[in-house]
Design a protein. Structure first.
Length: 301
């Protein structure tokens, strides 16, 4: 069941989070660091990235204070670890971190699908003897990735979803770290919402993944049909630019999403295929007007 809430920390309570490790300084990881600084977080932020260039750009932008040589050591020395890497890389780091972190640590992520990550969180973390793990997903991003596009305002006004589980038995310190991290997310300007992981994956398949795959298919089709006539991009104008903007998204960003949310994405694409067939069959009937009226209602509401 979905639940939204506003978190306000007790101002008289001593802050527990003094050091944050961001593992993965691409668009989201760098933006997290910048947003933390913009919201007034005064602790240390260390970053690690598989590619040296991404870490360097994040450091130069002020998103992190230092570049870590080893992700596990960086995690050990921090109270909070933010995993901002693709989903399968997140799962790999979760396996490694579970064996070295303790109940004084919190790990969270920004992955776009939550079923597999939430399952792993329950299996590897969230007991009194282990680190806490809070699965998260900020509904924010850009069609292109990379530290150079990091934005301190990326999460302002966005929804940040959490797929927490009330049955998890965290340590008292882990539970406190979770609440403090939620407060930091709210301070970045995000609206925090708790949601069931299966419901999350079904929902984002419709509102995030389907638009991406539609834009990818349309852009690929246009490249095939008119790619040798680039001047036609200008003929298409704003409509074409808006409809194909997401077509610039790289495969590396979406490979793991497609693989870990396959069933929900397939269902959404199939429903769209049926809708397009309905349009194709009714281009000269009153059903076309009904389809436009339905679409207009969605945009108005």
């Amino acid at each position: 069941m979905e639940q939204d809430y506003e978190i306000v920390l007790d101002q008289g309570k001593e802050k527990m989070i003094e050091r944050i490790a961001i593992l993965g300084t691409g668009l989201l990881g760098t933006s997290v660091g910048l947003a933390l600084r913009a919201s007034g977080f005064g602790g240390a932020i260390v970053g690690w990235n598989r590619g040296a260039e991404g870490a360097r750009l994040a450091l130069e932008a002020g998103a992190i204070d230092a570049i870590a040589a080893d992700p596990l050591q960086a995690a050990l020395e921090s109270q909070v670890v933010v995993l901002a890497v693709p989903i399968y890389a997140t799962l790999d780091l979760m396996e490694k971190l579970a064996s070295v972190l303790g109940p004084e640590h919190l790990v969270t992520d920004v992955g776009s699908t939550k079923g597999t990550i939430t399952e792993a969180a329950g299996r590897l973390f969230n007991t009194p003897e282990r680190a806490a793990f809070l699965p998260g997903h900020p509904m924010a991003g850009k069609e292109r990735g990379g530290a150079a596009l990091g934005d301190a305002e990326l999460f302002r006004g966005a929804v940040w979803l959490f797929t927490d589980d009330a049955s998890w038995q965290r340590s008292a310190r882990g539970a406190e770290l979770v609440e403090e991290w939620r407060a930091l997310v709210a301070a970045m300007g995000s609206k925090c919402i708790d949601i069931d992981p299966a419901r999350h994956d079904e929902m984002v398949a419709w509102v995030s993944h389907l638009p991406q795959f539609l834009a990818t298919a349309l852009s690929a089709l246009l490249q095939e049909r008119v790619g040798d006539a680039p001047e036609l991009k200008d003929v298409g104008g704003r409509a074409l630019r808006e409809m194909t903007r997401l077509g610039a998204s790289p495969y590396s960003m979406w490979r793991d999403i497609a693989a870990t949310n396959t069933q929900a994405v397939q269902a959404a694409i199939f429903a769209l295929e049926q809708r397009l067939q309905h349009l194709r069959e009714n281009l000269k009937t009153p059903a076309l007007r009904e389809e436009f009226e339905q679409a207009n209602r969605f945009r108005r509401e």
